[in-house]
Design a protein around this ligand. Structure first.
Ligand code: PEP
Ligand code: MG
Length: 761
């Protein structure tokens, strides 16, 4: 059964559209369980009906015609219960409803399983038998597994309007895919698919600008792959078992075979871009092998995929991606990265949509810094079908509209207008001091470093840099950047902000920031080798970075060094020793370096409970509330399935922040917050009420936070903290804060255009 399941899933994944996928399912399932009928009913929520969308066994003409009112019959019963219903004698069941159009005879055996996505029952997959038959448990789980596979495709078809199209144009409604808001705002533009190198299945369909050049690149890539395979065979020939060695010959034969090469060339000549022609041809070949019953032959599909990946990687080397970014680009990807964002030419990025990640992922943080709307964790995003499609990104509600009708465009244009008006209101505080209405100073600093250039964002408004993430120069290269390369990078930011202070954070790779040339394979990367742990284990990398930082500060002397992911006192002691070593070396070499202020991030619960001890060892501390929330609440900040429960306004997080303020304050001069909490006006207000006087945030948040702080008295912020600490959960804290904003007439700045959005909630 497992083998059959695997091959059906593969066939369904390769189906060109939903209709084809449903037909594959009903045909293969009927055969697999030896039923007389297999059908799929989908629910039309607008029309309140269950509609027969595919069948093998009932009259074909009944498809799309048989419609049951919502909740009617056994189909309605399965939907209402949201669990499988397995009956030996269906007509005896009180919900049984006899339908004549299907050519039904009274079938007795009935097994219906719901198709569910995100708690919503989308339809029913059903098998039926003329004779009384109770289906086996194994058959039930088999259907459930397939139904869960179908759910994603159905949700996508709903979002893309494909389902509506089955109904004809009159039913075309606004459709959208849902995710999490990663960055607020509205973006309207054209999708450009960002994908990682050599991931064949993610290669989007594109047209070739110059088919002759594509053809040439492809043939060169084939030739390079063949040489590579032969070299591998020579090198590994002696150490591999014979059957593995044969594989190299098989690959090189395939590369010479006309069927593979010619199929790709044919598609290229029809106007297809070489990588997508390759993907389609490999998929086609795999389908043939996947359908074979013999497990050995089926395994060959994996070999073909591997071969495809090899050719693709050569192809990518051959032709640098001549990515053509439209003026209004919406970057879409399975896992959009900071580097891909940085590659979009300035001013063209209007939205980001990622199938994975959540609002606390680094990509979302970056999007907020740019003020670009972003939606994370859109699980039913079918990336390869999106290239060049028109999208509206609703960063307020986490919705992506695909090829929206003009009415939806109109509505969002109005909304964008409202947002612009609101920005104008916020802009009025530009240049004014950051302080509460009663004059308590709260200097605001900038979080930056995730992109190459700051492009002036927030430079004038900020009183310095509160967090410079140094990872990017490491992420965009194919090796560790040299001391000189790093130095010029750091020098640029130190110079730009001089004489204002700049906190450079030492390398914080690991977690969701891997380096392509420094692979870390861990099942729990956020609890693993990350941040300071890597730096201390690799003093050669750490010392190079420290030397670059110290040298960069010569002549500016506004550098501060901050250590991430501190969970033990010894890490601070060891890191300080290495900083001293770098300093001594440079002095000996004749560089006029100065010892900078050194600080630690408090972002791990262990550090919260030792905040006083840590504070004694350093010159400043900064709270990384993103990681602190993740570790305190045991919620992976990148996992969309638990994004709902990632909340930095959880009372436990607030209590931890109170405790750090209480324990660290007597021992250290400066305490700041550089997690995203500082950039959200609601939580920023709570931080100020707790006693935090330095907040560091993305450029996109500076003016909004300042604007709100300037309208509130310190006493009010302190009162809100006392009330928040009495709340039982994060929801109550949000309600409290939003209520407070409403009271002082500022709610429209927290959730802009709420009214326009509510019309369609
Ligand atoms: C944090 O964890 O709050 C933080 C500021 O660091 P990062 O988001 O880079 O992990
Ligand atoms: Mg962190």
């Amino acid at each position: 059964m497992l083998e059959i399941l695997r091959s059906i899933v593969q066939e369904v994944n390769d189906a060109p559209d939903l209709r084809a996928a449903l037909e594959i399912i009903v045909r293969r399932v009927k055969q697999a369980v030896g039923a007389d009928v297999c059908s799929v009913y989908l629910t039309d929520f607008d029309e309140q009906e269950h509609i027969l969308r595919a069948t093998d066994g009932l009259r074909h003409q009944a498809v799309d015609r048989v419609r049951l009112p919502l909740g009617k019959g056994l189909i309605g019963f399965v939907c209402a219960r949201a669990e499988p219903v397995n009956l030996a004698d269906a007509p005896a069941h009180p919900s049984y409803h006899f339908v004549t159009e299907t050519g039904e005879q009274p079938y007795h055996g009935f097994l219906g399983v719901p198709i569910i996505q995100n708690r919503r029952v989308l339809g029913v997959l059903v098998v039926r038998q003329q004779k009384p038959r109770k289906f086996a448990e194994l058959e039930e789980t088999f259907l459930m597994t397939l139904a869960s596979q179908l759910a994603g495709a159905i949700t996508h078809a709903m979002a893309s309007g494909e389902l509506a199209a089955m109904e004809g144009a009159k039913h075309r409604q606004r459709r959208f895919m849902s995710g999490r808001s990663g960055s607020p705002g509205v973006g309207m533009g054209v999708a450009v698919v960002a994908f990682k190198s050599a991931e064949l299945h993610l290669v989007p369909d594109r047209k070739a600008d110059d088919p002759e050049r594509e053809e040439e690149s492809f043939l060169t890539a084939v030739e390079s792959s063949r040489h590579e395979i032969m070299r591998l065979k020579e090198r590994l020939g002696d150490s591999l078992p014979e059957e593995e060695v044969v594989l190299f010959d098989a690959w090189s034969m395939m590369l010479r075979s006309d069927s593979l090469v010619n199929s790709v060339l044919k598609l290229i000549r029809e106007g297809c871009w070489a990588p997508s022609a390759l993907r389609r041809t490999i998929e086609e070949h795999c389908r043939v092998f996947d359908k074979m019953e013999d497990p050995y032959m089926r395994e060959r599909a994996a070999d073909i995929r591997e071969l495809g990946r090899r050719i693709l990687s050569h192809l990518q080397r051959e032709e640098r991606w001549s990515e053509d970014y439209p003026a209004q680009t919406v970057l879409v990807g399975e896992e959009v990265s900071a580097v891909q964002i940085a590659e979009v030419p300035t001013g063209r990025l209007v939205g980001i949509v990622s199938a994975t990640g959540s609002s606390s992922s680094h990509v979302a943080i970056l999007a907020r810094a740019f003020g670009v709307p972003a939606i994370m964790g859109v699980s039913d995003l079918q990336v390869s079908r999106l290239e060049g499609r028109e999208l509206i990104v609703d960063g307020y509600r986490g919705r992506v509209f695909l090829d929206p009708p003009p009415s939806v465009f109109d509505e969002y244009r109005k909304l964008a207008e409202e947002v612009r008006a609101q920005s104008a209101e916020i802009e009025l505080v530009k240049g004014l001091p950051s302080q509460t209405a009663d004059g308590c100073r709260v200097p605001l600093y900038l979080n930056t470093g995730l992109v190459f250039e700051m492009g002036g964002l927030g430079v004038d408004e900020a009183e310095g840099v509160g967090l410079y993430r140094t990872e990017l120069p490491f992420m965009v290269r194919d090796r560790f950047p040299s001391e000189d390369v790093q130095m010029s990078n750091y020098q640029r930011v130190l110079k730009l902000f001089h004489p204002r202070p700049v906190i450079l954070r030492t390398l914080d790779i690991g977690g969701d920031k891997p380096l392509p040339y420094f692979p870390i394979n861990e099942s729990n990367p956020f609890l693993g080798w990350r941040g300071i742990r890597i730096s201390l284990d690799h003093p050669e990398i750490f010392l190079t970075q420290l030397r670059a930082m110290l040298r960069a500060a010569v002549g500016f002397n506004n550098l501060r060094i901050m250590l991430p992911m501190i969970s033990r006192v010894s890490e601070v002691v060891d890191a300080k020793t290495l900083i001293q070593q770098a300093y001594d070396e440079l002095v000996q070499e004749g560089h006029p370096v100065q010892m900078p202020m050194i600080g630690v991030m408090i972002e791990v619960p262990a550090a919260v409970f030792q905040a006083g001890t840590l504070a004694r060892l350093v010159d400043f501390i900064s709270l990384g509330t993103n990681d602190l929330t993740q570790y305190l609440l045991a919620v992976d900040r990148n996992n969309p399935s638990v994004a709902d429960i990632f909340d930095d306004m959880h009372p436990s997080v607030l209590k931890a922040l109170m405790q750090v303020m209480r324990d660290a304050k007597p021992h250290v001069e400066e305490i700041s917050v550089c997690g995203e909490m500082a950039g959200n006006p609601l939580s920023a207000l709570l931080l100020v009420g707790m006693g935090y006087r330095k907040l560091s945030m993305s450029a996109g948040s500076l003016l909004r936070v300042k604007h709100i702080l300037r309208q509130v008295n310190l006493g009010f912020a302190e009162y809100l903290v006392m009330s928040a600490l009495r709340c039982e959960d994060a929801k109550a804290v949000h309600a409290l804060m939003e209520g407070a904003m409403q009271e002082i007439g500022l709610l429209h700045l927290i959730r802009p255009a709420t009214e326009a959005l509510a019309r369609d909630a």
